[in-house]
Design a protein around this ligand. Structure first.
Ligand code: F0G
Length: 432
């Protein structure tokens, strides 16, 4: 294989087919591509030729960029196919954020309805290459939904570790339905993460969290696809939520590689947005202190309820490279932004809406200019977490300190035309 694994701390290199996720020194690993060789290929032309391809594997919005992702033969590739998600003008949700040129990249339109599928197609392909028969992950929900689906497709056993009672029903439903063996850990995501790493090491099971460097490679394709959709015009900003911090690390790694091979000449800035109650990266960045995990993370955006993110070093590296920023948003800000993203007909789960809430805050602070071209990444589908939607619109989040400012509650009526007429009159009067 034309790639190597390299430690981000001590730069020690390893064979990509060696079963390992970290360096001997404990550092995270990067997949290193031969960028000098890639420079000589007409990559932009290749990617554009494959656009809208109906044939395997190029129908995938990940494998379209295979030279920059994972150089494996077709026979090993496990693909649904993923990617090819829409880039929507943000409309009123953009105006809400104070932006005139905002687009929303809807990664909830992937096969299992989150961006995780982009990493998972690579992760499961590597699992197949390494002859793994069992794969595992810890998850706040989306990774487990994705992994169980891809494992089923590849005929592998999937084992997932989830924090008990703390993942949304949409995601748990998927994992159970796809046949994943589900362990509800009495603890939070961070406890489940420590456990799964030990399990994988001791029981020789392939680990598919984003500590696995091949997951990161697949997720780089989000950025590649956005640029291709913009006809290789560079946005000024990418804004995305941060939990375990794999996704923003992937985005910056991919953009840096494009920059290093000369395919792009400008570096967009990356803004990582965390929930106030799960903000270890924000604290570190803001206070310029050493990284300190948070013991009891708490947020309604359960996808990013993480206190000890594995990829914080890669995230910081990418933020520094892109002259990026880290911001935090409150529960109220997340749910208000979500009401807007949903109401324009796009819709996304709570964590995703950090992108809009964060962009708004950064515009208000003067960090993002209202005329800049901003890409907000929506990481998961609206239906991943129906409970959050119902509770918001029925005013049932007061106990969490969240007001339903943009509520659209169902209206109870008697089954008569008069009742409808009266109710509609009231609706129109209020909305005027
Ligand atoms: N948005 C959603 C919907 C997520 O599911 C996640 C992470 C993130 C954002 C944050 O991405 O971890 O790469 O910084 N979900 C993981 C999971 C942790 O287990 O599904 P990140």
């Amino acid at each position: 294989m034309d790639i190597t694994l390299q430690c981000i701390d001590c730069e020690k290199q390893y064979d990509p087919l060696e079963l390992r996720y970290t360096c001997d020194c404990g550092g995270l690993l990067d997949v290193i591509h031969d960028l000098d060789r890639l420079k000589s290929l007409p990559l932009k032309q290749l990617f554009d030729e494959r656009w809208h391809s109906r044939s395997f594997p190029y129908s995938s919005g990940v494998w379209r960029y295979r030279e920059l992702i994972l150089p494996v033969e077709d026979q090993f590739i496990v693909s649904k196919p993923e990617g090819n998600t829409n880039l929507y003008p943000a409309g009123k949700a953009g105006e809400y954020a104070g932006l005139r040129r905002m687009f929303l990249k809807h990664e909830g339109e992937n096969p299992t309805s989150s961006f995780k599928d982009r990493g998972m197609t690579c992760g499961i392909t590597m699992a197949r290459l390494l002859h793994a028969d069992t794969v595992a992950c810890a998850s706040t929900g989306n990774t487990s939904a994705s992994m169980t689906s891809y494992a089923a497709l590849a005929g592998m056993q999937a084992i997932i570790f989830i924090p008990e009672g703390k993942i949304s029903y949409g995601k748990l439903t998927q994992a159970l339905a796809y046949g994943g063996k589900t362990f509800q850990v009495q603890g939070n995501f961070d406890d489940a993460m420590v456990l799964v790493m030990e399990v994988c090491k001791e029981l020789n099971i392939y680990l598919l969290n984003s500590i696995n460097p091949f997951r990161i490679e697949g997720q780089k394709a989000i950025g590649f696809e956005v640029l291709q959709q913009l006809n290789w015009q560079m946005p000024d900003w990418f804004v995305l939520p941060g939990g375990n911090l794999g996704n923003n690390s992937a985005l910056s790694k991919g953009l840096k590689e494009l920059f290093d091979i000369g395919l792009i000449t400008k570096i967009p800035r990356i803004a990582v947005i965390q929930a106030e109650g799960a903000n270890p990266l924000y604290k570190m960045w803001k206070e310029k202190t050493a990284f300190k995990p948070l013991r009891q993370p708490e947020t309604i955006a359960t996808a990013i309820k993480i206190g000890n993110p594995i990829s914080w070093k890669k995230a910081m590296r990418g933020i520094e490279w892109s002259n990026g920023v880290v911001e935090q948003v409150s529960e109220q800000e997340i749910m208000d932004a979500k009401a807007w993203v949903d109401a324009v007909g796009i819709g996304a789960e709570p964590a995703s809406c950090c992108s809009i809430a964060g962009a708004k805050k950064l515009v208000e602070k003067g960090v993002i200019h209202p005329d800049e071209l901003v890409i907000g990444i929506l990481t998961g589908h609206l239906l991943k977490d129906p409970e959050a939607v119902i509770r918001y619109h029925t005013g049932d989040l007061k106990s969490l300190g969240i007001e339903s400012r943009y509520a659209n509650a169902p209206i109870r009526i008697e089954p008569t035309l008069d009742a409808v007429r009266e109710a509609l009159y009231e609706v129109r009067r209020v909305s005027r």
